[in-house]
Design a protein around this ligand. Sequence first.
Ligand code: GLN
Length: 480
Amino acid sequence: MDVHTLTIASIRAGLASRQFTAAEVCEAALRLAEAENSKTNAYLRLCPERAMETARKVDATITAGEDPGPLAGVPVAVKDVITTRGITTTCGSKMLERWVPPYDATAVERLEAAGGLVIGKTNCDEFAMGSSNENSAFGPVRNPVALDRVPGGSSGGSAAVVAQGTATVSLGSDTGGSIRQPGSFCGVVGVTPTYGRVSRYGLVAFASSLDHIGPFARNVGDAATLLETIAGRDPKDSTSAFAPVAGYTEAMKQDARGMRIGLPTEYFKGLANDTGDQLAKGVDLLKSIGCEIVDISLPHTEYAIACYYIICTAEASSNLARYDGVRYTFRSERAQTMAEMYQLTRGEGFGAEVKRRIMLGTHVLSSGYYDAYYLKAQKVRALIARDFAQAFEKVDALVAPVSPFPAFKLGEKIDDPLAMYLSDIYTITGSLAGIPCMSVPCGTTSDSLPVGMQILTRHFDEPGMFRLAAAFERAGGFTV
Ligand code: GLN
């Protein structure tokens, strides 16, 4: 069995024909993960006991002649901002280094109920703040495609393990691009569903109005299958949507003929040469399979970064107030007084980027500045969402770059937060609007670095997004 080329479909077929057992898949994946991890640092920990327990249940179900579920025997990695009962969940932070959550996130519970094997927790930027995975308190992740480069962030570990093949699929989280951007940097599929489509219960909060859980996979079908199992209303998250979950894998069967695709002109300025060339090839391919391509304007794009960094830092400053040394494990040992305990715990427990955001967020929410920054940003957010709503009156989907450039070198942008923030210039808009968006591979640059193409559709039109992505994949778009 070749673990790193397994897909959900090939695992299903192998189990059905008794070619291998779920326990064998599990052992092989764990062995490979163990062997590969020294190169990439993508896993913070493996969970062999838990994964093997599920694998044995899957095998027993099969032996009993019953249906083991859509993810039976599939090795799944989970970003370490998503809670796992009894298994440390650090959020890439010293603050939570020893925190063992007493509950599973709904997404984890659902994927395990479907037979998925949680094999490990993946490294990420601290509290999901970053674009390169260099903000983790546990060291950076290296991109398996080019080890001197970043895997993207903040879900860098979850993208890397799928690219290296130690997990078949994984879960990441996306607030402003953290699934799509690492997906594009590592050459895998990354999906940010509609806001509210997947329960946030058990996703440690960064910016609650923007946080999403979504899948990574090596093909469109695997991402669609994983999303189908985790999506849907959850009474434990009041913002989770009641809308029934559509059949994403079913939607993939339809071809893309006649789809109207908009290219947002604002997104194609300032791309690195190779990135622009690859996207042009991708767009030509879409034309050749019968899509109609039109230019579209999203006029408020230029305000997206400023708007996002006001809203996400405001929400983060509030969400991260809970890490005070009283709850959640870490407490400074140097404190003599209560005030010192708060100060030193937060001073020692958080990294530089998290502190920068808490300060910025506290500032934009403070009296006298609230109207000028926070309220203004909320109005701009509404305008950005309106740009998309107007575009979708004319087209079925938008196609855009994911990132202006491919994976950059470790250390290249770490001292320049503003340059780092620009990595997300094309992903933040979709997050602010709350619409479904995904990154699919679209060939490589001349130095073999993956380029991603972004597909965006209307709220809850995941079926349209998967339909287009699958048609692109079938036509050879991944290696265009
Ligand atoms: N890179 C963006 C940020 O640093 C997005 C992060 C995310 O989506 N979690 O905020």
